[in-house]
Design a protein around this ligand. Structure first.
Ligand SMILES: [Zn+2]
Length: 403
């Protein structure tokens, strides 16, 4: 019926329908269990439209009716909840020495969390082979559970352009790598979309959807790894910048006379407040976990040198957070990665710096907290990005049946 010569109306109609399906899906996600009448009352869509949209979502097994009824004045209503039992969203996080995979259902419930050692630093091909191997296992597990994979998003620590090409991932030694395309080939065109994004961006999405400050519309996530990067959510949306390179707060110079940074400059935030600064040297990736545990032990024991180092790193980190707070006025800056176990000793100095450096009173309302999502926040954020795609209207099953 629709041909290439047809005017714009059918396409527009399909767009409106997809948008309305997404509106209803998001309402059920936030308010379930809820009735068709609740949806109509809150969204402004008329009841017949809501019934038709709900029927479509039930067909796609995104929503299901529960046996529950709500006895109000008048007729009891059939209640709706998210279904999602036939679906899975997959997120993968590539680090220098590990690869993590998380799968969730449509409601965001975790189905699995896997972490494997990884030799991604050797070459892009080996990296893709390693990621492909873990993804194949996740997909086959999901197939056993009779779940269709909605999509995969891969977190890479580096500069990723808006097309998803890894421009530079310094700690992996990768540049100009089409990881998404290579992965699709390695997985023999798996039939679900593959996205590649910066690790801080995806961790910020995980915080926005699953974290202690979920729903915050202005939020910054700071990675505390060998590198320090920011994932920036403003007005409810991830902000990537013109080419996708926003968030490189790690290379803002705090001190022109400061220590050398991996980027070739001096006194960058990353050189003064990254994990290398805590450990006072460049550790091998495999040793970081153990060495941070030792720092925590020494700090707990009151070791003066350790406490002084953490105070100094906390002050530099506070300077960096102040720049974010002055520039972006976020509600919350969330410290992730290895900052989490060190937070009890870093946060007092961070709060002091932020209190004195941010021009707005009470730091413009900006809180600084440690992440509660753990080390695989970026992998979880990959799954969140897939769910965001569904919530914004890219529904499984397509729109082919719609006239
Ligand atoms: Zn630098």
């Amino acid at each position: 019926m629709i041909t290439s010569t047809t005017g714009p109306q059918p396409a527009d109609f399909a767009d409106v329908r997809a948008t309305n399906l997404a509106v209803v899906l998001r309402f059920v996600r936030e308010h379930a269990p809820c009735s068709r009448a609740d949806i109509a009352a809150s969204t402004g869509l008329n009841k017949a439209t809501v019934s038709s949209l709900v029927a479509d979502l039930i067909d796609r097994r995104l929503v299901r009716e529960t046996g529950l009824t709500e006895n109000r004045v008048g007729r009891p209503a059939t209640m709706l909840v998210l279904d999602g039992s036939p679906y899975a969203a997959i997120g993968v996080e590539i680090n220098v020495d590990t690869v993590s995979a998380v799968a969730t259902d449509l409601a965001g419930e975790r189905l699995l969390t896997w972490r494997r050692s990884f030799s991604g630093g050797e070459s892009v091909n080996q990296g893709v082979a390693g990621v492909g191997a873990i993804v194949r296992r996740v997909v086959s597990r999901m197939a056993k559970e009779e779940r269709q994979v909605l999509g995969l998003a891969v977190a890479v620590p580096g500069l990723i352009d808006v097309q998803g090409t890894v421009r530079i991932a310094p700690n992996l030694g990768w540049h100009d790598a089409d990881i998404g395309g290579d992965l699709a080939k390695a997985l023999r065109d798996p039939g679900f979309p593959i996205q590649v994004d910066n690790d801080a961006n995806l961790a910020a999405l995980a915080e926005q959807r699953f974290g202690a400050h979920a729903g915050a519309s202005d939020l910054v996530y700071l990675t505390g790894e060998l590198g320090v990067g920011a994932g920036v959510i403003l007005d409810g949306r991830l902000r990537r910048g013109g080419r996708g390179y926003s968030g490189e707060i790690g290379h803002v110079q705090l001190d022109p006379e400061g220590p050398a940074c991996h980027c070739g400059r001096r006194g960058c935030l990353e050189a003064m407040a990254g994990i290398g600064a805590v450990l006072r040297r460049d550790p091998s990736p495999a040793e970081i976990q153990v060495e941070i545990e030792e720092v925590v032990r020494l700090a707990r024991a009151g070791d003066a040198g350790t406490l002084a180092t953490l105070g100094e790193v906390g002050r530099s980190l506070g300077q960096g957070v102040s720049i974010l707070a002055n520039l972006l006025n976020p509600e919350v800056v969330i410290l992730g990665g290895y900052y989490v176990p060190l937070a009890p000793w870093l946060l007092p100095a961070v709060h002091e710096e932020v209190g004195s450096r941010v021009i707005a009173s009470e730091a413009g309302g900006c809180q600084v907290v440690a992440s509660t999502l753990g080390y695989d926040a970026a992998a979880l954020g990959g799954a969140a990005r897939v769910l965001d795609s569904v919530d914004s209207g890219r529904l499984p099953g397509g729109l082919s049946r719609i006239p």
